[in-house]
Design a protein around this ligand. Structure first.
Ligand SMILES: [Zn+2]
Length: 336
């Protein structure tokens, strides 16, 4: 599997101690080395700034450019801009466009993350942009066009991606910790898309403390059936490692078993997959997860190295309740 990485992605630097920091990529690279994969430096594309405007309003793009010039700056309480932020963010956009052109499975090891960034920055009703600058996944999807699916397995709902793609007939599926219990507070099952996009926005919120057993069940019962019926020609995976049980920012109970299960199910569709780094703040999980992902893609090796977690009784009841709701909405558009 090809890994897109540039040292420029490390130049998005926080002005104070922050979970979304450059060393996340050091740990990712360690995983790449342990698995043995080819690293490619993405080339800056002349059309990259124009591609940013596929997903974002010009006013927002200009604001970000201005903040990069006068950095260090804050977009909001969570989201910082440094001198290197614009170069990093626009290179991530270049990387995904190149990966789309190449139609092959790749991992884009870029920062800053993007799935909370909406049309004008802050998306839907979120209090902040949650560390995100440009929505690389949505830009990649709009650039790829017809037949692309975005599968978002970050623990947080990709409110920015949802907002940008909401009226498009491009599939967006997100699994995330339930919005009542976690930022950004959106991602309910009834958010199904609108206009031409009705039915193409699929939210699978899960109660905190959901374990591998029920996560895998949700993948089998909702995510994969929808994805298979949509039959994408390209899948973009918004890959956040923060649904892992050891992540410091969220409360799910997943191990790498769940991650590999999803990767494997999507790989079996035999379509190009672009894995795009979003969140994930436990450095060891980033390293081990990246290694396991590459070993799976390159060698078919399913080796999570962790024992599957089981969901407790109380959480299971909540899960059953929310899944009834999910199936009610999703079942109006897709056979489950
Ligand atoms: Zn996240």
């Amino acid at each position: 599997m090809l890994i897109y990485f540039s040292a420029l992605f490390m130049n998005h630097t926080p002005p104070y101690s922050h979970p979304e920091a450059p060393d996340r990529l050091d740990h990712l690279l360690r995983g790449v080395q342990e698995a043995g994969a080819e690293i490619r430096e993405p080339a800056f594309r002349e059309d990259a700034w124009r591609l940013v405007e596929l997903a974002h309003d010009k006013s927002y793009v200009e604001l970000v450019k201005k903040l990069c010039e006068k950095a260090p700056a804050q977009i909001d309480g969570d989201t910082y801009v440094s001198r290197g932020t614009c170069d990093a963010a626009v290179l991530a956009v270049s990387a995904i466009a190149s990966a789309v052109d190449r139609r092959e499975t790749a991992l884009i090891a870029a920062r800053p993350p993007g799935h909370h960034a909406g049309f004008v920055g802050r998306a839907l009703s979120a209090p902040t942009q949650g560390f995100c600058i440009f929505n690389t996944a949505a830009i990649g999807a709009l650039y790829a066009g017809e037949g692309v699916a975005v599968l978002d397995i970050d623990v947080h709902h990709g409110n920015g991606t949802q907002e940008i793609l909401y009226e498009r007939d491009l599939l967006y599926i997100s699994t995330h910790q339930h919005p009542y219990t976690l930022y950004p507070g959106t991602g309910f099952p009834e958010e199904v898309g609108a206009g031409r996009g009705e039915g193409y926005n699929v939210n699978v919120p899960l109660p905190p403390r959901t374990g591998d057993d029920l996560y895998i069940q949700a993948i089998d019962e909702v995510v994969m059936p929808v994805l298979k019926q949509y039959d994408p020609r390209l899948v973009i995976v918004s890959l956040g490692w923060d649904a892992h049980k050891d992540d410091p920012l969220a409360d799910m109970r997943l191990t790498l078993k769940s991650y590999l299960y999803v990767f494997d199910a999507v790989l079996k569709m035999q379509k190009p997959i672009i894995f795009l780094l979003e969140g994930g703040y436990n450095r060891d999980v980033i390293r081990r997860g990246t290694k396991a992902l590459i070993r799976l893609v390159d060698h078919g090796e399913f080796a999570p190295g962790e024992t599957q977690t089981e969901t407790d009784h109380h959480t299971r009841n909540k899960y059953l309740e929310v899944m009834r709701e999910v199936k009610n909405y999703v079942g109006r558009y897709w056979r489950l």
